[in-house]
Design a protein around this ligand. Structure first.
Ligand SMILES: [Ca+2]
Ligand SMILES: [Ca+2]
Ligand SMILES: [Ca+2]
Length: 229
């Protein structure tokens, strides 16, 4: 009641993942979706925002630790060392793909927000359902719990469990929350997430939007006066 009704305007054509990494991520999400979802309402996601925010900000320490030359950017070399330290192994190609996928501003480095998204994708990719609820995959239990919440939030939104959130699914999720004004908010949130405007939001887009919503962006450190080209 009180929500907006949206015509089914989702694209009819089959969704084709653009890159190998993208299809791997969608696959990982679908695997995770098969395990079920602990989140029961959109409101409960909203209620988790402050905690997620706090946890992601703590991730700054990790970022600084791996940013060896302290230029506020994690380059490929630093990232390789980071993976080594965390004990996660990827092929060269996978590292390049991850790096490219998360280098949203195209400066050949991971800014803080890009790094958070990258780590969360790593978390998802390294999720091994056979390792029955292993305590920690990357040696960062608190952060991993937050990543799990983010994965869970996405799984909650993806009603038909195809690995992508469509506009209708977003509206449906928010309508279920029973708030009168929430339909418009759902649409706005969706527009913010759907960067390439193809009517679908993948997990990576969702994560980037999330870092924005909780107020993490890469401009926070620019008071240090560095101007990069
Ligand atoms: Ca660096
Ligand atoms: Ca970048
Ligand atoms: Ca879906």
């Amino acid at each position: 009641m009180g929500g907006v009704v949206v015509k089914d305007d989702s694209p009819r054509h089959t969704w084709i993942p653009e890159t190998k990494l993208e299809s791997k991520l969608a696959e990982a999400i679908r695997r995770r979706e098969a395990e079920g979802c602990a989140i029961k309402s959109f409101n409960s996601i909203i209620l988790k925002f402050p905690k997620i925010d706090e946890s992601l900000r703590k991730c700054k320490d990790i970022f600084e630790q791996f940013d060896e030359d302290s230029n506020n950017t994690i380059d490929q070399e630093e990232l390789r060392k980071c993976f080594q330290k965390l004990g996660v192994s990827f092929t060269e190609e996978e590292i390049n793909d991850l790096f490219e996928a998360c280098d949203i501003n195209g400066d050949m480095g991971m800014k803080f927000n890009e790094f958070i998204v990258l780590l969360c994708l790593v978390y998802l990719l390294k999720h091994d359902p056979t390792a029955l609820h292993a305590k920690s995959r990357m040696g960062m239990p608190n952060l991993e719990a937050t990543f799990e919440t983010l994965v869970d939030a996405f799984v909650f939104l993806d009603k038909n469990k195809d690995g992508y959130v469509s506009k209708n699914e977003m509206v449906q999720a928010i309508n279920e929350s029973g708030e009168r004004s929430s339909g418009r908010i759902a649409m706005k949130r969706f527009e913010e997430m759907d960067w390439d405007k193809n009517g679908m939001v993948n997990f990576k887009e969702f994560l980037f939007a999330f870092t924005l919503w909780v107020g993490i962006n890469d401009s926070e450190d620019e008071d240090e006066g560095e101007e990069k080209v």
